[in-house]
Design a protein around this ligand. Structure first.
Ligand code: ADP
Ligand code: GLC
Length: 490
């Protein structure tokens, strides 16, 4: 085995320390998988209040000065460990000492440009202080996207960085870190970086754009999304910038961490079960219905949805077809937080139809596990979906995913027009339209009536292997590509 590169990941989430969605899951699984392959991996996170409260982090000695020209700015670094990975939490005054990661009930924090600029500056300052920088700086989404630009700026002043290549992974183009030009002052970048070839975007600061422009290589979380984001329809205004990096862009589908998501070994469940012995799943279904107080239906599958309530996730389609679905005798359980309008509509519907529908407006890890285990059908009608992890978890729990054919959903769920009992692992629909969504659910309900067929499909779904250990070689290839490009640039 060739020696693996030393990798430092920079991100705003990592399970189990800080998670608001799939980004946290990826950071909780990919670094340990790389470590199992022999790579030396560290992860840098903001020192959120909740993270430090969880315990296990110890402060490193001394404060670290800012390497980007602000003598009054100081960082403190805390060290922890998770599954063979060194985890560092960077503190900068009170900037991350808040209830939320990115915002609270009042919306996004108004100083997020400052918060995450400082985070990126703090990471590079800390790495310099620690000596011997990593060969790969792997950044995830807009919160860490300033790192490639800062790295470029820093190479001139500090030869230690000459061999370090940066990798920018896009998990979701819907969030770019776009702010007014006045916020550029927080970045620590030289003035020339605020231009069309840098972090400027139509007169604004666009952090993600900077990451895409400056990183040695760019990746995203599925092969299909890598194609989609080069089009005007899905590029969210950055399609031109992304297409200009097409030669350096790779799509790598996410995996699932089966040490966390496995019904045979899941402390949250009422009873364990596996592909070979499905008895426990019936107990999990009963437990979920009891916990949620569901007493209606009985005629169709128990449909579950576990989701951020954002327009990305296609909540409209569920709301638009709700009365039909309930009339068909289905039970529906939604676990999610997000936009107030969706929460209110779902809560009202659940109050009105409490025998058949339940809504839990919480972010709760245990509930997510029992929803996946207790459901029959997972609804995931996303408008767009870079990768999606829920459908992977649902499959492992023998809950068939019903997904829209978009992004990572299209490639991870197998479904044919005529159900193929040998190969299918779920159901799909194409057009983002209530009628198509409803028709798809009707087809799934029909399949549900044939218990043997349904069991066979669940067997297929549970047999899928999306483990990270199979994906890691692709990331190592990506890192090789980044290092080769860095070496070529001199
Ligand atoms: P995204 O990252 O776009 O939100 P993914 O499917 O990649 O979508 O990942 C979502 C992750 O967040 C999964 O681990 C899912 O279980 C979790 N999740 C979403 N909403 C909730 C919630 N309300 N409570 C607990 N976990 C949730
Ligand atoms: C994003 C995407 C989701 C993906 C996750 C992790 O939040 O919306 O599709 O699975 O990141 O990569």
């Amino acid at each position: 085995m060739s020696p693996q590169p030393r990798v430092a990941m920079v991100a705003s989430e990592m399970y189990p320390f800080a998670k608001s969605g799939g980004l946290g899951d990826v950071l909780g699984a990919l670094p340990p998988a790389l470590a199992r392959r022999g790579a030396e991996v560290s992860v840098f996170l903001p020192a959120y209040k909740s993270l430090l409260q969880k315990g296990g982090f110890v402060p490193l000695n001394g404060e670290i000065p800012d390497a980007f020209g602000a003598p009054e700015v100081r960082y403190a670094v805390f060290k922890g460990r998770y599954e063979g990975v060194q985890v560092y939490a960077v503190r900068c005054g009170e900037l991350y000492d808040r209830e939320g990661f990115y915002g609270d009930d009042g919306g996004e924090y108004p100083d997020n440009a400052l918060r995450f600029s400082r985070f990126c500056r703090g990471v590079l300052s800390a790495l310099e202080g620690m000596g011997s920088p990593p060969e790969i700086l792997h950044c995830h989404d807009w919160q860490s996207a300033l790192v490639p630009a800062l790295l470029k700026a820093r190479r001139g002043g500090s030869p230690a960085w000459a061999g370090t290549a940066s990798v920018m992974t896009i998990h979701n183009l819907g969030y770019q870190g776009r702010y007014g030009s006045a916020e550029f002052q927080h970045t620590g970048l030289p003035p020339e970086a605020f231009g069309i070839d840098g972090v400027e975007y139509y007169g604004d600061l666009n952090l993600l754009k900077g990451g895409i422009v400056y990183a040695e290589v760019v990746s995203t979380v599925s092969e299909s999304y890598a194609q989609e984001i080069q089009t005007a329809e899905q590029g969210q205004g950055l399609e031109g910038v992304i297409a200009s990096r097409a030669g350096d862009l790779l799509g790598i589908m996410n995996g699932a961490d089966y040490s966390v998501w496995d019904p045979a070994n899941d402390p949250c469940l009422a009873a364990p079960y596996s592909r070979e012995d499905m008895e426990g799943k019936a107990a999990c279904r009963r437990a979920l219905r009891t916990e949620l107080g569901l007493k209606g239906g009985g005629r169709g599958p128990l449909c579950v949805m576990v989701s951020r309530l954002a327009s990305q996730k296609g909540v409209e389609l569920l709301l638009a077809t709700l009365s039909d679905l309930l009339w068909m005798g289905l039970e529906i359980a939604v676990l999610g937080t997000g936009e107030v309008g969706y929460e209110t509509a779902l809560r009202r519907a659940a109050e009105r139809h409490h025998r058949q529908m339940a809504f839990r407006g919480l972010f709760n890890e245990r509930l997510a596990h029992i929803f996946f285990a207790g459901g029959d059908l997972l609804l995931m009608p996303s408008r767009y979906e870079p990768a999606g992890l829920n459908q992977l978890y649902a499959m492992r729990y023998g809950t068939l995913p019903f997904v829209r054919t978009v992004g990572g959903l299209a490639s991870s769920v197998v479904a044919h027009k005529e159900i193929d009992l040998e190969r299918d692992t779920g159901f799909q629909f194409q057009g983002f339209h209530p009628a198509e969504f409803l028709w798809g659910v009707v087809r799934a309900c029909r399949a549900f009536e044939d218990k043997d067929a349904w069991r066979r499909l669940a067997w297929n779904a549970m047999s899928q292997d999306f483990s990270w250990d199979r994906i890691v070689p692709r990331y190592l290839e990506l890192y090789d590509g980044a290092l080769a490009r860095r070496a070529a640039r001199g």
